[in-house]
Structure formats: structure tokens, C-alpha cells
Design a protein around this ligand. Structure first.
Ligand code: ADP
Ligand code: DP6
Length: 324
């Protein structure tokens, strides 16, 4: 056993969204998704196996975690061991961006934890195996094992082997994602709870299931052709359909705020003025804008001046997992 593992993972943004599961126990997505890994949203995680510990310890951003947060990490380490007995570990992680706010900390968080813990326990795992493991923590995390453009197919109920597939490396396409943050606070409804409520109560759940695979296909094909307009349009349609299905849940699952709509107006104005810019939102109020590298400064400036925007980061397609 190595005793210590350290990994750095980037979060990713879904160009075509995953929303909802076909198997909750195995955390299998009901629809395919396509993402780009982002170099500007990074998690660093260290795992140290310590036989002297009576229980796992988890520190996030310098704060000792308790209750559910530690339990999630412990359950993940149990999964890594397939339920076999194991020694306890000290897990120390830093998200270099706001956590639990709709910027995909669960994606980079579980990707980094998968790689660092496998290394610490001396378990030899392929990237695909780590991706399938990370998926159990958070399905979007399966995609963060890989750099560049990545696909996570829909799951098949009962098949726990599902992993993400790399489509193109980070240098395939020189696009930018301008991240307009409208708050640094955690969201009210975790993605998992929002999905469950959508699946169980939204009259638009079936409509989402019917349209999502088409958006994923259009995005995948558009990325292969480096066709920004096709990818941008399908990306906007995917996020709007996802949020509409969630909004129609009972009670409503609503991540979009007034400031989100103001930022979306800015993106539309940019397009009217001739700048190729398209927006997407995840399970949170922030707006992420896809554009060409040459337009990133103009788009960032426009988003910075939108009402309610508290921070702007410009991300490039980023690398896959890095372990030491
Ligand atoms: P986000 O939009 O940031 O992904 P979610 O509500 O989907 O928010 O996920 C947040 C959850 O992800 C946290 O409750 C925690 O379980 C997990 N998480 C976030 N960061 C880390 C990390 N660095 N290491 C392990 N788990 C993490
Ligand atoms: C809207 O992967 O955080 O960001 O699997 O329940 O942990 P769990 O959900 P999570 O959901 C991400 C949802 C999304 C779209 C996406 O990233 O594809």
C-alpha cells in the first residue's frame, strides 16, 4: 500500500446536460451528456491512509466536515474497496472555486477523490475504472477524469460499469467558457434532490427523456466539426429543456434567478451585435458562456458589467486527472 495519494481534477461543464437517473442505487444517468473539462475550476485532494484512525476524517477548504459530508466520503471509500474491510483515511481537499453552488464541485471533487484514494490504498485502477467509480459519487464526475471533450452515455439499469468516454483532447478546439458567477453561496436544492423531484413529479420528465439524446448527438457531431454555432444552439436548447423540466416539478425545482435572466439578456445582446456567444446553466444560478477564444475578452467584459455578476472567470478546455 502506498499510504498517500494526491490528485488534481478540473470540473467540467455539460454542453449537453445529464439530468435524472435510470438507476438511483448505481447512480446511472437516464440520458447521455457531453462536456468540456475546464482548466479554471480545480480541485486538489490528498488522501492519507492512517491505521491509527478509528473513523475517516474529511477536511474541505480548511474546514473539518461532519455528518453527511464525511459519510459520503466514507461510503465512497467503501465502494472503492467493494465493501471489503479497509483502514481509515484522512481526506483533505480544496475546491479552488465556490463549492455546492452550481459550478460542478461534485464533478472535480469526486474525480479527484477517486484517483487520490485508489493511489493511497495502493489499488491499481485504469482511468475508465476510476471514471466508473467517480460516477457513483456524482455522475458528472465520471467526465472529469478526462481532459477536453467527453461523453457520458446513458446508463442501463443494473450495469454498474458505466464510465465516461473521451471524445477529443483539450487542444482539439480553442474555445472558451466564460463563467459569470452571480453568487458564491451554496444552492438551496442539491442536484441529486432536484433530479429526484423532477423524475418523480414533473409532467415534462418524459419530454426531457425524449429530447435530451438528440441534443447530445448534435453537440457531439458539432464538436467533431468544430462548429461553434451548432454546438452553441444545441447547448442552449439542452439547458433550457433541462431547466423547464425541473421548473415544472412539484414543488418547482428552480435554479434560475433574476440575475441569471439579466446575464442571459447580455448573451443575446452579444449575439445580436454579431459576437458568437451561447449560454448554459447547471444546477445553480450562474451563466456559462461558450465562445471563440478571440471573443473571450469581449464576452468577459459584457458579463462583468451585467447586474448581479460577482466574479468572472475565463476557462479553456482543461486536462484530465493528474495524480502524484
Ligand atoms: P455542485 O454544483 O458544486 O456540483 P452539488 O450539490 O451537485 O454542487 O454537489 C456538492 C457535493 O459534492 C457536496 O455536498 C459534496 O458531497 C461533494 N463535493 C464537493 N466538493 C468535494 C470535494 N472536494 N471532495 C469530495 N466531495 C466533494
Ligand atoms: C445540471 O453529477 O452533480 O450539472 O449524479 O446526483 O451527483 P449526481 O448529480 P451531478 O449533476 C450534474 C447536473 C448538471 C448537468 C451535467 O453536469 O451534466
Amino acid at each position: 500500500m502506498n499510504g498517500r495519494g494526491f490528485a488534481v481534477a478540473c470540473a467540467n461543464i455539460a454542453l449537453a446536460k445529464y439530468w435524472g437517473k435510470c438507476d438511483e442505487a448505481l447512480n446511472l444517468p437516464a440520458v447521455p451528456s457531453v462536456s468540456v473539462t475546464l482548466d479554471a475550476l480545480v480541485t486538489e485532494t490528498e488522501v492519507v491512509v492512517d491505521p491509527a484512525l478509528a473513523a475517516d476524517l474529511f477536511t474541505l477548504g480548511g474546514v473539518a466536515q461532519d455528518g453527511g459530508a464525511v459519510r459520503k466520503v466514507s461510503e465512497f471509500l467503501d465502494l472503492l474497496h467493494g465493501g471489503a474491510p479497509r483502514e481509515c483515511a484522512r481526506v483533505t481537499s480544496h475546491n479552488r472555486f465556490p463549492s455546492s453552488s452550481g459550478l460542478a464541485s461534485s464533478a472535480s471533487g469526486f474525480a479527484a477523490l477517486a484517483a487520490a484514494s485508489a493511489r493511497a490504498y495502493g489499488l491499481d485502477r485504469t482511468t475508465a475504472e476510476l471514471s466508473a467509480l467517480a460516477r457513483r459519487g456524482s455522475a458528472s464526475a465520471a467526465r472529469s477524469l478526462y481532459g477536453g471533450f467527453v461523453e457520458l452515455p446513458a446508463g442501463t439499469p443494473g450495469d454498474g460499469s458505466l464510465a465516461a468516454r473521451p471524445l477529443h483532447d483539450a487542444d482539439w478546439w480553442d474555445v472558451r467558457v466564460v463563467i459569470a458567477m452571480v453568487t458564491k453561496a451554496p444552492k438551496d436544492i442539491a442536484s441529486r434532490d432536484g433530479m429526484r423531484r423532477t423524475t418523480r413529479t414533473s409532467p415534462y420528465w418524459d419530454a426531457w427523456l425524449a429530447c435530451a439524446p438528440g441534443y447530445a448527438r448534435t453537440v457531439r457531431e458539432g464538436v467533431a466539426r468544430r462548429d461553434l454555432e451548432a454546438v452553441g444552439a444545441a447547448m442552449e436548447a439542452s439547458t433550457c429543456a433541462m431547466h423547464a423540466s425541473a421548473w415544472a416539478a412539484v414543488p418547482a425545482v428552480r435554479y434560475i434567478r433574476g440575475v441569471t435572466l439579466d446575464a442571459l439578456d447580455r448573451v443575446e445582446a452579444l449575439r445580436r451585435e454579431g459576437t458568437g456567444a451561447w449560454a448554459t446553466m447547471d444546477a445553480g444560478p450562474h451563466v456559462k458562456v461558450l465562445c471563440a477564444a478571440a471573443d473571450a475578452a469581449r464576452v468577459a467584459e459584457a458579463m462583468r458589467s451585467a447586474p448581479g455578476v460577482v466574479d468572472v472567470r475565463v476557462a479553456k478546455p482543461g486536462p484530465g486527472i493528474v495524480e502524484t
